[in-house]
Ligand binder design. Structure first.
Ligand SMILES: Nc1ncnc2c1ncn2[C@@H]1O[C@H](COP(=O)(O)OP(=O)(O)OP(=O)(O)O)[C@@H](O)[C@H]1O
Ligand SMILES: [Mg+2]
Length: 386
């Protein structure tokens, strides 16, 4: 019953958040059917629980009923035979009747205990889960140099290898671009850098220090990340940009808002910057969400910048200006960029080409084009389209 209740919550969450695709694909009946099946399972489980919970007190009732009957018969015989007085019998009978209720309650308790035991088992499973991303007992000091070295990193999700021995260096203060087909493992590499997941093989160093030797909070404080799916919280746009920081200089905030082009759309929102972003930022458009995410990164002002398709949801004109702002920001910072639109990474100091979890080439734009490998092919496809 606990398991199916868990499934029910997951399903509801999925349905509420997926209400648009459900309607667009006319899945109302289908989803309703799935939900009804879950509710059916919950009902069945509940009936079973209640039945087994009721069975023990019922059994006790039957047994005691038979017992009382036998005591009456045997006691009655003894009184008739003159072996016992009525008083003696009544004393015994009353004492016996008094044990009846407690016994019954004890029986009901076993049912309660079994339900609790099922919940406990699930809780213990959670408590016993060992975190896989651990901060070492004696964390190393955060390195000043921010050269990122990825050394022979291999990672699989379940049986599926996603990264198969990736090695490259992102020089401090330079821009390194990651290029490759969809599913090549680019975003996964960012997760490895920020220790959202640890690789099964190989290591990543920042300034020569293995990132697993750093305190995870300190490590993540080195990065500003604009992820592919700019996720906003159900707070105001301003709070989404400040993310809990209270000491932000208003002039700096204004500059960030202008650079990320949040200032272009914020005044048109009903309450300006103080308008609610809605659950998961649903009150904003995709491009607006992305600009909020960029503003966050600009404000964080860290030495390493990770940009995963940071401008993909913007129109060509906004993309060009936000791109300029990002280029200004990345000057002097260690920057890693993922972009499908290859025009945006042409000027990168180094381009690393990934193919199905492997680095197949690296170099500057001109070198890669001259070599005529995968990158040249990707460029040819894209620019002939344009
Ligand atoms: N949490 C996960 N569990 C299982 N598989 C995953 C997970 N995250 C990613 N994958 C798989 O890893 C592979 C690489 O995913 P990744 O997101 O790194 O691709 P990508 O190169 O960023 O692609 P895109 O350009 O489309 O963003 C994909 O095949 C994906 O199915
Ligand atoms: Mg990705």
């Amino acid at each position: 019953m606990r398991e199916t209740s868990g499934d029910r919550s997951t399903r509801l969450d999925e349905m509420f958040h997926g209400i648009v695709p459900i309607k667009l694909n006319a899945l109302e009946d289908y989803q309703m059917g799935r939900f009804e099946r879950i509710v059916g399972r919950i009902v069945t489980a509940n009936v079973k629980i209640e039945a087994s919970r009721a069975v023990i007190p019922a059994l006790i009732d039957v047994i005691t009923g038979v017992g009382f009957f036998l005591v009456l018969v045997i006691g009655g015989r003894e009184i008739i035979a003159g072996e016992k007085s009525v008083g003696e019998f009544m004393a015994f009978f009353t004492a016996m009747a008094l044990t009846f209720q407690p016994l019954r309650r004890l029986g009901a308790l076993t049912g309660v205990w079994q339900v609790a035991a099922a919940s406990l088992e699930r809780l213990y499973r959670l408590f016993d889960t060992e975190p896989t991303i651990l901060t070492p007992a004696a964390p190393a000091p955060v390195p000043a140099d921010t050269t990122i070295r990825v050394e022979d990193v291999a990672l699989a999700f379940g049986d599926m290898p996603v990264l198969r021995g990736v090695s490259f260096t992102a020089e401090a203060g330079r821009t390194t671009a990651l290029v490759g087909a969809s599913g090549a493992g680019k975003s996964t590499l960012f997760s490895v850098l920020t220790r959202m997941v640890d690789p099964q093989q190989g290591r990543v160093t920042v300034g020569g220090q293995d990132i697993r030797g750093l305190e995870t909070g300190a490590l993540r404080a080195l990065f500003s990340v604009v992820t592919q799916d700019a996720l906003l919280f159900d707070e105001t746009v301003r709070e989404n940009i400040l993310l809990g920081r209270q000491d932000v200089d208003p002039a700096l905030l204004d500059r960030v808002l202008a650079d990320a082009h949040v200032a272009d759309f914020a005044p048109q929102l009903p309450q300006g910057l103080d308008s609610p972003a809605g659950p998961r930022g649903s009150n904003l458009s995709g491009g607006q969400r992305q600009r909020v995410a960029i503003a966050r990164a600009l404000l964080r002002d860290t030495t390493i910048l990770l940009l995963d398709e940071a401008t993909s949801a913007l129109d060509a004109a906004s993309e060009a200006v936000v791109q300029q702002a990002l280029e200004r920001l990345s000057a002097g910072r260690t920057t890693l960029v993922i972009a499908h639109r290859l025009a945006t990474i042409r000027s990168a100091d180094k381009i690393v080409v990934l193919d199905r979890g492997r680095v197949v080439d690296e170099g500057r734009h001109d070198e890669l084009i001259a070599r005529g490998g995968l990158y040249a092919e990707l460029c040819r496809l894209q620019f002939s389209e344009d």
